[in-house]
Design a protein around this ligand. Structure first.
Ligand code: KG4
Ligand code: ZN
Length: 341
């Protein structure tokens, strides 16, 4: 079955074609970075409007590049949640209507399931069961994955998500939007040891995360530094020290989760999984232990249509489909998929 995947949950318009047996046929991505940059963050209404503008041309362009037409599709998958309600509705309305017009099935995909399954698109996909660390702008979760569709939440952030912390520190350092990649780039020039920030919740047992105290520690550190001394090196050291605190915290919780679950494979996914320092630290740990670490290429970590096409194809191939109502779920727990599926 050849499936068109549609991602519009936040600030990227992504479309992709996935076909069983053949794999990923192609994908297109339009980033709204330039649109939101003047506002320092995502403006939901502007995001929705831009998805409306871009979705049809991107889909037509993708099909043409693959030598296909809408008639060659066997199914449509769209992100139904979690995400920005208006942005989700654009993808859902487009995808569901397209499928209705073509007389083919459609399925609403869980955005975090799509992230979690993205490594399946790579050459060496992870073997079940595994533990997944999902780190995005809205989520920081450790999930036990018995098999595709069967998820048990092991721990999550009690406040800010890791990506959100990156974005807020970017704003403190006046780096603007998009925050995470800018903090990561600045951190490359910094000394990760000069300013030591707390590694939240690593001093007690458990798999919960909290990044709000770390964020406050960074703010306090910046405000205590006299303005005249906030030079480039200081800013880079703040970025680097902050990034190191996040990375070491995530690493410690992954180590615990893998041990607790009794698995030997760890999957890293979501936008923050594109972070080079995080990938490197987890790789070093995995190589020194018996853990197999899998993460997708950076382009498949941040939001994209390919992961939605794959996750949707898998569900459609199992005979699942969404009815004509095309409801979206801005809040939607990943665990609920286990009972629904
Ligand atoms: O998965 P994603 O693209 O969208 C959501 O589902 O939220 O994740 C976006 C998040 C943002 O908070 C962004 O700042 C962060 O991922 N991010 C990064 C990097 N690239 C994206 N954070 C740290 N380092 C990066 N290289
Ligand atoms: Zn995402």
């Amino acid at each position: 079955m050849r499936v068109l995947g549609i991602e519009t949950s936040c600030d990227e318009t992504g479309v992709a074609l996935y076909e069983g047996g053949a794999g990923l046929l192609g994908q297109r991505l339009h980033s709204q970075v330039e649109l939101h940059a003047p506002f320092g963050g995502v403006v939901p209404e502007l995001a929705s409007r831009d998805h409306v503008r871009k979705l049809a041309p991107l889909s037509r362009d993708l099909l043409a590049a693959c030598g296909l037409t809408y008639r060659d599709l066997g199914g449509v998958a769209y992100t139904a949640g979690p995400g920005l309600a208006g942005a989700l509705m654009v993808g859902a309305a487009f995808g569901r209507s397209l499928a209705f017009g073509l007389g083919i099935p459609a399925v609403g995909v869980h955005h975090m399931e799509a992230h979690l399954l993205a490594p399946m698109l790579e050459q060496d996909p992870p073997q079940f069961p595994f533990v997944a660390l999902l780190v995005s702008g809205g989520h920081t979760q450790l999930v036990h994955v018995a098999r595709a569709g069967h998820y048990r939440l092991m721990g999550e952030s009690v406040d800010d998500a890791a990506g959100e912390a990156f974005d807020k520190v970017a704003s403190m350092l006046e780096l603007g939007y998009p925050g995470g990649p800018r903090v990561a780039a600045l951190a490359e020039d910094g000394d990760p040891q000069r300013l030591r920030f707390p590694r939240p919740m690593t001093d007690r047992p458990g798999l919960e995360f909290s990044f709000s105290g770390l964020k406050t520690a960074v703010l306090t550190c910046i405000s205590r530094c006299p303005p005249g001394q906030r030079d480039e090196q200081f800013r880079a050291d703040v970025a680097s020290g902050f990034q190191e605190a996040v990375v070491q915290t995530l690493l410690e919780k992954c180590r615990r989760a893998v041990e607790q679950a009794g698995v030997t494979t760890l999957v890293l996914a979501g936008g923050v999984a594109a972070n080079r320092r995080l990938r490197h630290a987890l790789r070093q740990w995995a190589d020194a232990s018996t853990v197999t670490l899998c993460y997708p290429s950076p382009e498949l970590c941040t939001d994209n249509g390919a992961m939605v096409a794959y996750a949707g194809w898998r569900r459609l191939a199992l005979g699942e489909q969404t009815d004509l109502s095309f409801a979206v779920r801005p809040r939607w727990s990943l665990e609920s998929l286990s009972s629904e599926g």
